[in-house]
Design a protein around this ligand. Structure first.
Ligand code: ZN
Length: 304
């Protein structure tokens, strides 16, 4: 059985695992994310002691440089996370472990994992949106995650903001009241004065949250028309929120796009993730598996 490695780097924690391309995890470890040097050393230590792997997939918090021709490929770029701006993640792993590394955003890796084993099975095009500390979207329009001059930053799209209904200015340090600035977990906490998990199910916060998320998702549907959207992240743990977003998204789409995949209610179109807490690291393993498959080894963007 060929084994591959998966690394999910997050703002607070990193998860390292060794697993098979059938989705079985044989070794795993969770590490605190501290300085880049200390964190990378701990990841390298894990793989030196774990069973040998054929390739490693990394799903990283971003923004990250994914251009294989760039001298800063595999780097974390402008991030508010102290010490991590311009930190090299992928090349350090490749050099220390003498193994190929496939590098993606955390959300793109999660989308690959959900398509291989979870809620995205059978789709040719899939979007994965996570709503937590930030709002990120991974976009699979074909085999590989979509990149242009950058990976997509759908969390930062503009959505209508009625300041009479919601005077909150937004938390995004770059744009103020972009989607992320209005609807990420810290925005909820700042607007209502307590964390999202402490807001009752009938709190007006949730109608407003559904309004913003549905507006962002409508932009996504009208722009790329994916076959399915997976909506996850800590904020979506709120009971009833997914149903509210579905109803509002359906209203905003207005029946304009005709597709059997957009059946009334959107229950099979806008869905929860299926891989739970393991989504991130399984996504990183799935990324390594996808890039290690013989038919993909020469895919554009993988050769360096
Ligand atoms: Zn923004």
């Amino acid at each position: 059985m060929t084994l591959v490695g998966g690394v999910e780097t997050g703002g607070s924690w990193c998860v390292c695992a060794v697993g098979s391309c059938a989705g079985e995890i044989v070794a795993r470890q969770r590490l605190a994310t501290t300085s880049p040097e200390e964190t990378l050393a701990a990841i390298i230590d894990f793989f030196k002691q774990a069973p040998p792997v054929a390739r490693i997939g990394v799903g990283s918090f971003g923004p990250v440089d994914l251009d294989p021709r760039s001298p800063t490929w595999g780097y974390v770029m402008a991030t508010p996370k102290p010490g991590w701006e311009h930190a090299s993640v992928a090349r350090g792993l490749e050099q220390a472990l003498d193994v190929k590394v496939s590098f993606e955003t955390d959300v793109a890796a999660a989308a690959i994992g959900e398509r291989r084993w979870g809620a995205g099975r059978g789709t040719g095009s899939l979007a994965y949106m996570t709503v937590g500390t930030g709002i990120g979207v991974g976009l699979l329009l074909g085999q590989e995650p979509w990149h242009g001059i950058s990976h997509p930053e759908v969390g930062h799209v503009r959505v209508p903001h009625d300041r009479a209904r919601d005077p909150f200015a937004g938390t995004c340090p770059y744009h103020g009241d972009c989607l992320e600035g209005l609807a990420c977990g810290p925005a909820l906490a700042a607007r209502w004065g307590r964390p999202a998990e402490q807001l009752q199910a009938d709190h007006p916060a949730w109608e407003l949250e559904a309004e913003y998320l549905a507006a962002g998702l409508a932009n996504l549907v009208f722009t790329v028309a994916p076959e399915r959207i997976i909506l996850g992240g800590g904020v979506l743990a709120a009971p009833g929120l997914l149903a509210l977003v579905r109803a509002r998204l359906e209203a905003l789409l207005g029946g304009y796009i005709q597709s059997p995949l957009l059946a009334p209610g959107l229950e099979r179109y806008l869905v929860a993730p299926a891989l739970g807490d393991d989504a991130g690291v399984l996504g990183a393993i799935a990324l390594a598996c996808q890039h290690g498959e013989p038919e993909n080894r020469s895919a554009p963007g993988l050769t360096r």
